[in-house]
Design a protein. Structure first.
Ligand SMILES: [Mn+2]
Ligand SMILES: [Mn+2]
Ligand SMILES: [Zn+2]
Ligand SMILES: [Zn+2]
Lengths: 150, 150
DNA sequence: ATGAAATTGAAATTCATATTCAAATGACTA
DNA sequence: TAGTCATTTGAATATGAATTTCAATTTCAT
């Protein structure tokens, strides 16, 4: 059993909830995917693997995973919410490719520092932030050139 | 007539749409407010001023204002979309106070530069970005101290 | 095993946003 | 100016993601 699953079980236990087959199945498929998944994508992924779980339960379990700190909510400006694995992953920002939809995870200690400084200048106490850069990833950029687009 | 209104009229004209009382009223109240407004907030603001406009028309006009470049969409992780005045305002990021809901507009040329660098390192061609920092503004931070919170 | 409590999931609800369509308004022509 | 056609308006309806409801099922403690 992975550490992430252990942490999830611990959280469930502390909240006096029950460790059920659905919750564990959903958590495992989510963790294995390693992707930035919407509720519906995870629901379909479970169906593919012939794991039965209702949409409502997938919603609720992702919420639990989020509360437990195992998963994190990601809002990339789409209409639907996504979740990513947070446990074992350090903080990062996203390069979002508008060509192929990939999310590239990036980090810059310098940017983080400058954000702190910027906040200090305004007497602002930061607790979290979100930096998303939208554009074209390397392969999509090349693709466009090939096709002669601008 | 302000330059922003002029630009909006020009856009409407170019699209072979009509300059109507509703469109102008909505645009003017929006521009005067200078705030980060949701559709509903603007709709209520119009009602207060006894300007009649249906919700659908407010939606549609904000969309037009956005397309014209006079307004910009702002997604601050709430369930509802907001619009801000874009015309005459340069690019900026947001410090979002989770205490009082204020949006402080900030800018750091250094952060922008580092973002460019970060993208370049990944062969990524950026076209836009979004940086929001959530936390407590100066007055909300002081408030919390007074009350003895952590 | 028994009963109380928690969980599940199909269906209903909510809420923001988008669309529909009949009536109103505006533009244009004769 | 009156007539005609096109656009706009806004109340009502539709949509779609997220949440809630509640009866049936499952789990846990005894
Ligand atoms: Mn990520
Ligand atoms: Mn702003
Ligand atoms: Zn790509
Ligand atoms: Zn504040």
């Amino acid at each position: 059993m992975t550490k992430a699953i252990k942490k999830f079980r611990k959280y469930i236990d502390e909240k006096n909830l029950q460790i059920t087959r659905q919750r564990m199945d959903i958590a495992e498929v989510f963790l294995q995917s390693g992707r930035h998944l919407s509720v519906d994508e995870l629901y379909e992924l479970l169906k593919e693997r012939e794991i039965s779980a209702g949409r409502a339960t997938v919603f609720r379990t992702l919420k639990l995973l989020n509360e437990s700190g195992v998963a994190g909510e990601v809002d990339l400006g789409e209409k639907t919410r996504r979740y990513e694995v947070k446990f074992g992953n350090t903080h990062h920002d996203h390069l979002v490719c508008t060509g192929c939809g990939r999310y590239i995870e990036v980090y810059s200690g310098q940017i983080e520092e400058m954000q702190e400084k910027l906040c200090a200048e305004h007497g602002f106490k930061p607790s979290s932030h979100r930096l998303d850069i939208f554009g074209l990833c390397r392969s999509c950029g090349i693709e466009k050139k090939k096709k002669g687009y601008r």
